[in-house]
Design a protein around this ligand. Sequence first.
Ligand code: ZN
Length: 510
Amino acid sequence: MEIWGNRKWRYLFIGLLTAFCLLAGLFFTDALGWKSRLEANSVLAKASRDLSQYEISAVFDPARKTLACRQKVEYRNRSGQELTRLYFHLYPNAYRSEEKPVFEERDMMRAYPNGFSPGSLDMDTIRINGKEADFTIGGYSEDLLMLILKRSLKPGEALSIEMHYQVWMPNCFGRFGYGDHTYKAANWYPIACVHDKNGWNLDRYYAIGDPFYSDTANYEVAIKAPSDYVLAATGECKKKDGRDGNTVWQFHAPAVRDFAWIASKDFQTASRRVGPATVTSYYYTEETGERALDYAASAMKFYNQSFGKYPYRHFSVVEADFFIGGMEYPNLIMMDHSLYAPGETDSLELVTAHETAHQWWYGLVGNNEVRDAWMDEGLTEYSTVLYYGNRYGANQEKKVYHSTMGEGKYSYLPYYIKSAKVDETIHRPSYEFSDGTLYDLLVYGKGAMMFHDIQRKMGRATFLQTLQEYCRKYQFRNVDKEDMIHTFRQVTGRDWERNFNKWLYDEEHE
Ligand SMILES: [Zn+2]
């Protein structure tokens, strides 16, 4: 039966509709300046094709400190290999035990000012393609979920996994948990481990560095929260429905490598447009909340011009009960509350500019942050130095580079070294650094020096051109050292491997 009547008329109608849309598109492009917005969306629309899809609905209960969750993952095998099992990180379980903390010992008091408080994820049921499935939970802190598939998953094939679980949030000032003002849901749900050319990456939640590595995927997340809470999240809030004192927030986040959200009763907001994106500062310290917005918007404008256009519609800078400076998530950065003190604005600017640069180096171009942390941290740190040059001129750039970042940071190494010799290798897994200080001095400080050295040798214009190509080619993907060096060679016609290696490895320790 064909309710639509004559086929010829239907084609005519479709033709007229298409013509109208094209004309309307042209008209709006000129009249309302929507062109860049449409362009940005088409990049995302293209990037979101054939990715895995996460649909999560969570009920947030601040009284019990819990999230009751249902999650459906349409997992697509993009590994290029046949898979017989799947793995997911259960990061909340890394917060389970005081004996296996996710912080260095020296930071425990700041992480848990009210005493240790456990967090966890309790898995209830899992269904694969509609059928109840067995699952195994293991790993260092029971932070890995393993699913053995009844039928192997061929490259390009997808399957559906449905999970029911409960998350318990700790009273913790790290990335995950709650404090006096905020509930931070970061690394809070089961996320698929990455299968790359090294096989499955099953690294645990190390105390040093940001121990994360994930694939880009599409997210649809609904969070039910008491209506007096404001939520900042990855993606775009498409809809808010209030009923009986609760509000359901529906977020749509295509082509992102993680989903994080932060809830607070105390948030105020201020927003600014940067190109097609809206930058929003969420804050509860009134004096400086708008300053964070200014720093983030300025940084985004500069990185847009220098590295390539930010393709997402939203970017949020969020003041939080967090003690470690700043932390990057897709479309959202978590900011240490202490940076919002009126006397700390220099640090607030530095951290905001750094975390904003991560939207490119981590957010768009991803890498294994356990094994190759220098790839995002070193480059992000050096991008921040360039931000200062752009905003305040060459003298300020030099000053920041020589006193605070890059050489400035690395120059602390002699004060740090207690023994006669320390291994200065930058390119090694984060767990091979003796502590967070050495990691910081080498991965961030010396890492930024490496990019500065290469930039000086090739000239700034070529350096930025190379980064633009690196971003264009690898955005929404994961890269390794070879991919980066390949791009540098391709753009400049010169091999930079020796330059990279000179900085990345300590020859005396080889
Ligand atoms: Zn960073």
